[in-house]
Write a protein that binds this ligand. Structure first.
Ligand code: HEC
Ligand code: HEC
Length: 225
């Protein structure tokens, strides 16, 4: 009897010593799967991993996107990124490209993942990119950015977006943003309430002509800092 128990004890210990490395390997595998996961519905995946595995397909690995369909996120203000992701998640921001692309992607993000995603992109260095628009467009845009257009009641953009278009808190960085994306968003604001958090921009953009929009977009796209 005793010998049997002793043998069972020994074989249990043997089993444990065989199993331990397997269990360890298992947990390592689970860990490295989490590090490479594309599962937007798993709250345990970090914001950084989602940025690299999922968001990178459109916004670039470091938030420097190539196509103007996808806004640059590198160096964007964390407070702004966080507010936009929550705006997509709650369906408050409902401009057409926003709901087509970003509603589904943000649906299951947790507040923690959103904070991590925002600080991931805010910490990236924006990449310089080639000028969009002519030198004359850029100069006309600079005038609007710095002085507004008093003749048709347009506020100077720098007053909120900063001298260098760097943004501040929930006011977005515009420097180095794709001109076509800036044009598209100014038209979103002009249409009205598709971005309720941007109500102030509906007032600001109301009297901008198509020419003004093109110029100011070319100017902010040209800013590098
Ligand atoms: C399939 C392409 C695609 C993927 C993948 C994608 N996005 Fe987007 N994202 C877009 C598009 C398109 C827009 C612009 C929407 C618009 O015009 O309103 C956008 C807009 C945004 C904005 C608003 C930026 C601004 O300047 O207002 C943020 C923030 C954002 N995405 C973050 C993310 C994050 C974080 C992920 C990963 C969880 C992600 N995106 C994945 C296509 C994508
Ligand atoms: C009174 C402050 C204020 C002024 C002046 C202002 N903005 Fe804004 N702007 C904002 C705020 C706040 C937002 C963020 C809106 C939101 O959260 O949806 C914004 C957002 C934007 C966006 C969207 C960026 C993105 O990534 O989607 C663009 C483009 C923009 N502003 C351009 C301009 C231009 C061009 C001017 C000057 C003609 C200007 N703004 C003047 C406060 C201002």
């Amino acid at each position: 009897m005793n010998t049997n128990l002793k043998q069972t004890g020994q074989s249990m210990r043997h089993l444990a010593s065989v199993l331990a490395p397997i269990l360890l390997l298992g947990s390592l595998a689970a860990c490295s799967n989490l590090d490479r996961s594309r599962d937007l519905a798993n709250p345990d995946v970090s914001g950084r991993t989602l940025a690299q595995q999922v968001c990178s397909n459109c916004h670039g690995v470091t938030g420097a996107s190539v196509s103007p369909n996808f806004p640059q996120l590198a160096g964007q203000q964390a407070g702004y990124l966080e507010a936009q992701l929550k705006g997509f998640r709650s369906h408050q921001r409902h401009d057409p490209a926003g709901f087509q692309y970003m509603w589904g992607l943000s649906r299951s993000l947790t507040d923690r993942q959103i904070t991590e995603l925002a600080s991931y992109y805010a910490g990236q260095t924006p990449m310089p990119h080639p000028a969009e628009g002519t030198q004359a467009d850029i100069q006309a845009g600079q005038k609007i950015f710095q002085s507004g257009a008093a003749d048709h009641q347009v506020a100077a953009c720098f007053a909120c977006h900063g001298d260098h278009g760097q943004g501040n808190g929930t006011i977005p960085r515009l420097a180095g943003q794709h001109a076509d994306y800036v044009i598209k968003q100014l038209k979103v604001f002009q249409r009205g309430d598709e971005r309720p958090e941007g109500a102030i921009m509906t007032t600001v953009s109301h009297n901008l002509s198509d020419g003004d929009i093109r110029h100011v977009a070319a100017y902010v796209a040209s800013l590098q800092n």
